[in-house]
Design a protein around this ligand. Structure first.
Ligand SMILES: [Zn+2]
Ligand SMILES: [Zn+2]
Length: 799
């Protein structure tokens, strides 16, 4: 007997995505014998018998040929000898007592085979049927109510399979060689859900023929109307990207949405390449089964006017996605190769509606007509948004196509479960299950009851999916900010489960997520650069430009941006002119500042003009250089410095959405040459901490602006790099002092490419290892993950 036997254990997302048939076919084709066993949450076990070479070839093939939608966490191989002689290859019933699989795939874009079927006139059950799907494509997370993942526990239970005829859905489902074998969320035009077209008064205008529905939809969009189109995880507002009037109409109807960029959907890569630069990595992400919105740099201008400048005013990056569901492909087939505005259909700060009544209620003043379907969306999932820095993914919004994937922690975890509630803006929650962290889908800004409820529901849904019992929740983690609504939720959950509540500092949370995704071990320390707009600091001040010495069980603040007064508190966040005034007043005093304010015409950019400027000055005088006060908090925020520079350089005078000044500054800098100006940022030591001198920086920029030879674009370009350099230089100095070899960058400012690149370059030049994000969001969507890690180590300390 030459035959060898091996036991192969594979863990990861291997369930419900056609992975077992894939393994079966692979082993069968090589002629291996033995069996395949579903081990529930522990993955899949194969016992394979055959020549040693063949077994190795099989394992190679698993890695090489695995379906793109599968995710392999680990492959464990044990070779052994046995007397047993396997006669064939079989799929065995699931192992008893191992539990069911607690991994569920995210929603998967329609696959090429299904697109082909959808266009095949001879295949009447699927021809032009937008809900077509198979074992490797279609909705998952948004339809599944609980695990194990099968049809009974998904919203597809409302649509029983058709049974008549040769190619009935029942037959396809039970035929091992069919692509729809054991696929849970497919259906056909005979048995499945359908689209209907409605006017604003909720009356059906068209329902019987998908051809007629699409024709009318295309016609009305072509005429400049705005459609509400329900899809996989929610509803979109859709109009022509070339039509200024349509977009302006939409902006006007949205009220507050004066300049905030809209995402576009383009029919294919060729059209994208016409308007935008695209790298190999960006192409890979755009066409992946996740189909996220990818921020791409636009070519010189959207010159042939196929795209309105109103799409993303003042920005060089535009969010682009490709079609990902049947309805998108069918719509482009009729409307032609025209880019479409494809933006989430929600009212400001309210989660997007997912049932038809809510959609009508929320969007009746925004959309001209409604293309809605009758399939229940069980979980809301917005489109994911990201940008690429070289080959690294910077997730901005992690939702459809990513949720409910998990982050495996690089160490063992001794408790069964825990929950975290995130920060305040761009929130996700997260659930810990042993050594895996499952972030929820994008929730949004938790400043209203609706988003608070959404966060609460999303956490409980994830907990239910993972089958974590109440008694297995060992702690709750939340932000340290005392007035965040998410902190309040944390408190409530802690009392509900009768477990401790751990407050985890915001910028430390950023770094903790970064450490875990970069496989930092439990005994390691790193220097973390954590830069963003705002986070509650241990001293009660507003932090946001921090250099921290971090291990999993704690941190020490080693350096930060100079504290600046925010006269009038949060109004400085809203009005860059106010932040600018605060910094100048602190540096130069009243008399000198007034001269500069006049030159800048600064009062123009305050809500109440001169009255407000007078108030700012009198508040400043009243404080008499003693901060913080009730009305004048102190801030070390990097975001506020970007706001100020953006304001001084004329890139953004009034902020209409979060991040706008920094994004516009980036747009301006792209046209500049950083070598044309001199700008040196200095630092000093105070109370044992290094302080980066932002007052001098702002005054230097004001001086540069007086020099007619200096161009604003050049200053913008130089500033982004120099502020990055100053963080990097300090971090390197501190790493040397503490004998540390790794420096990481996290926080929302890390989205800025020039800033990140400068830091990475400096750190790599001196031979230290630079850690950056690739799977966890650098921004506040990553906070909930860090909170769980921070909470875990606090829990260990107490137990
Ligand atoms: Zn498919
Ligand atoms: Zn059917």
């Amino acid at each position: 007997m030459n035959n060898k036997t091996a036991e192969v254990n594979i863990t990861g997302i291997v369930q419900g995505v056609g992975f077992r048939p894939f393994l079966f076919n692979l082993a069968r084709d090589i002629g291996l014998k033995g069996y395949i066993l579903n081990r529930g949450n522990a993955g899949v076990r194969l016992v394979l018998q055959g020549a040693s070479n063949d077994i190795n070839k099989f394992i190679d093939n698993v890695k090489k040929k695995r379906p793109k939608i599968s995710f392999i966490e680990s492959i464990e191989i044990k070779k052994f000898t046995t007397e047993q002689d396997f006669k064939g290859l079989e799929i065995k019933k699931s192992e008893q007592g191992r539990g069911i699989s607690l991994t569920l795939p995210p929603d998967i874009a329609i696959c090429d085979e299904c697109i082909k079927d959808m266009k095949n006139q001879n295949l009447s059950k699927y021809y032009m049927y937008p809900f077509i799907a198979c074992a490797v494509c279609g909705p998952r997370f948004t339809t599944v109510k609980e695990l194990p993942y099968d049809r009974e526990r998904s919203t597809m239970i409302e649509f029983p399979f058709c049974e008549q005829g040769n190619l009935s859905c029942v037959k396809e489902y039970s035929d091992f060689d069919n692509r729809r074998f054991h696929a849970q969320t497919f259906s056909c035009s005979i048995c499945g859900p359908n689209y209907q077209l409605y006017n604003k008064s909720r009356e059906i205008i068209e329902k019987d023929s998908i051809q007629e529905i699409l024709k009318t939809t295309a016609k009305r969009i072509n005429e400049g109307e705005v459609a509400a189109v329900k899809g996989i995880g929610g509803v979109h507002l859709v109009c022509l990207a070339e039509n200024d009037d349509a977009i302006l109409k939409l902006r006007k109807r949205k009220g507050k949405r004066k300049y905030k960029p809209f995402a576009l959907m383009m029919p294919n890569l060729e059209i994208i390449k016409k308007f935008l630069y695209i790298s190999e990595k960006e192409k890979e992400l755009l066409t992946s089964f996740r189909r996220p919105i990818v921020l791409l740099e636009r070519k010189d201008a959207f010159n042939d006017s196929k795209i309105s400048d109103q799409v993303a005013p003042g920005l060089n990056n535009v969010g682009i996605m490709l079609p990902y569901s049947g309805i998108h492909y069918l719509l482009f087939d009729i409307i032609g190769e025209k880019p479409l505005v494809y933006t989430s259909g929600n009212a400001s700060n309210i989660p997007m509606g997912i049932d038809n009544n809510k959609i009508f209620e929320q969007l009746h003043h925004l959309a001209d007509f409604f293309l809605l379907h009758n399939r229940t969306i069980y979980q809301r999932a917005d489109d994911s948004v990201l940008r690429i820095h070289n080959d690294k993914v910077k997730l901005i919004r992690r939702s459809r196509g990513y949720v409910p994937e998990y982050l495996p922690l690089p160490f063992e975890v001794n408790i069964p479960g825990a929950l975290s509630t995130g920060p305040e803006l761009a929130v996700t929650g997260a659930v810990l299950r042993r050594n895996r962290i499952f972030p929820t889908q994008h929730i949004g800004n938790v400043t209203h009851l609706e988003t608070y409820e959404f966060l609460n529901d999303a956490l409980f849904h994830m907990k239910k999916l993972l089958q974590i019992k109440d008694s297995e929740i060992k702690f709750i983690a939340c932000d340290a900010h005392p007035t965040f609504i998410t902190s309040k939720l944390g408190k409530e959950l802690a009392s509900q489960f009768n477990v401790p509540l751990f407050l985890i500092q915001h910028h430390f949370s950023h770094v903790l997520g970064l450490m875990a995704e970069n496989n930092i071990q439990q005994n390691e320390e790193i220097i973390g650069i954590s830069t963003d707009g705002v986070g509650y600091g241990d001293d009660g001040n507003v932090w946001g430009g921090e250099i921290l010495l971090c291990s999993y069980d704690g941190y020490k603040r080693l350096g930060h941006l100079e504290y600046q007064p925010m006269i009038g508190g949060d109004r400085c966040t809203k009005y860059p002119a106010r932040m600018t005034a605060s910094i100048i007043l602190k540096s130069l005093g009243v008399k000198e500042s007034i001269k500069i304010f006049k030159k800048l015409n600064l009062e123009r950019d305050l809500e109440y003009r001169n009255n407000e400027l007078d108030t700012i000055i009198s508040q400043f005088e009243h404080a008499n250089n003693k901060y913080p006060t009730k009305n004048i908090p102190l801030s070390s925020s990097t975001g506020r410095i970007f706001d100020t520079v953006s304001y001084l350089l004329g890139a953004c005078s009034i902020k209409t959405y979060r991040g706008e000044p920094a994004m516009r500054l980036e747009g301006l800098a792209l046209k500049g040459n950083p070598t044309k100006v001199e700008l040196n940022i200095k630092y000093f030591m105070n109370n044992g901490k290094y302080i980066i001198k932002t007052s001098d920086l702002i005054l230097d920029i004001i001086n540069l602006l007086r020099d007619s030879r200096c161009k604003r674009e050049d200053i913008a370009a130089k500033f982004q790099i120099e502020i990055g350099n100053s963080f990097a230089e300090l971090a390197i100095k501190l790493a040397e002092n503490y004998g540390i070899s790794k420096i990481g960058l996290s926080g929302g400012v890390a989205y800025n490419y020039a800033f990140s690149k400068a830091i990475k370059k400096k750190i790599s030049q001196v031979g230290l290892k630079f850690l950056e994000h690739n799977t966890i969001s650098p921004g506040d969507a990553g906070i909930s993950t860090g909170q769980l890690i921070g909470g875990l180590f606090k829990y260990y300390k107490e137990n």
